[in-house]
Design a protein around this ligand. Sequence first.
Ligand code: NAP
Length: 256
Amino acid sequence: MARFTGRTAVVTGGGSGIGAMTARRIASEGGTVILVGRTEEKLKRTANELKDLEGTVLTCVADVTKQADIESLTSFVKEKTDSLHILINNAGGSQGSPILEMSEENWDHAQSVNLKSVFLVSKALGKLMLDTAKENNSLEDLSIVNVASLSGHKAGAQIPHYSAAKAAVINFTRALAVELSPYIRVNSVSPGFVETPLTEAGLKNERFEASIKRNTVLNRVGQPDEIANVIAFAASTEASYMTGSDLLVDGGWLIV
Ligand code: NAP
């Protein structure tokens, strides 16, 4: 039996990059995946790319910074599935700016999309995961994976709001792991520099790309599937004794 057969997962930010590749991993191993994001077209395009895989792929338009949208998402999940086993809190990003020029709105948005969304979605869907598992009398391995960042472990120029939010995600993951134990395992994955729509503009600058490679022990930028593989592992029963951990997938950046 494939690793995710009979399992249902919600992937926020599932319309592109790391989220889309994580959805592909889970669906290719038999899981049902609900892709969440703000742009319907992007979600539909990704769902279409995944339609021939073993699992089922559904889409739900929602802004994970908005409580009303999260309530709609919760209703959608209830309507479409009889249980939720996996939540991947992957939506995130930021607009770079030096601290001394950063607007309050920019700061607040980074906290909202990267950190507060993890709280709001985990609260709503964590409860749904527990309720449906109890109803079905199957409190077997349930799992939340939060996508943090290498930037949550170290400082980076012009992303102080993002670094602060991602560091908080790593520690919030530990707090959630304690509170939701023993039923839901909660872990985070911290990617290094990965080629996705988020980093596309930066990678067009050859000098910038060269500096990324220089800083990375493996001497290259990461690919979304290399992060998705680790997220899928943390979400799967193979990681059944792991909770409150952060898995750093950074090509060796942090060790030097
Ligand atoms: P991406 O392709 O831009 O993915 C981010 C996704 O989040 C998009 O599909 C976006 O879709 C969605 N999103 C953004 N704001 C949202 C909101 N308010 N509500 C719902 N969905 C929202 O970039 P990515 O690199 O794959 O990023 C995925 C995660 O990895 C992020 O948390 C990012 O911080 C983290 N990460 C990335 C890197 C990297 O180098 N790429 C490194 C470390 C960590 P819509 O705009 O359509 O909503």
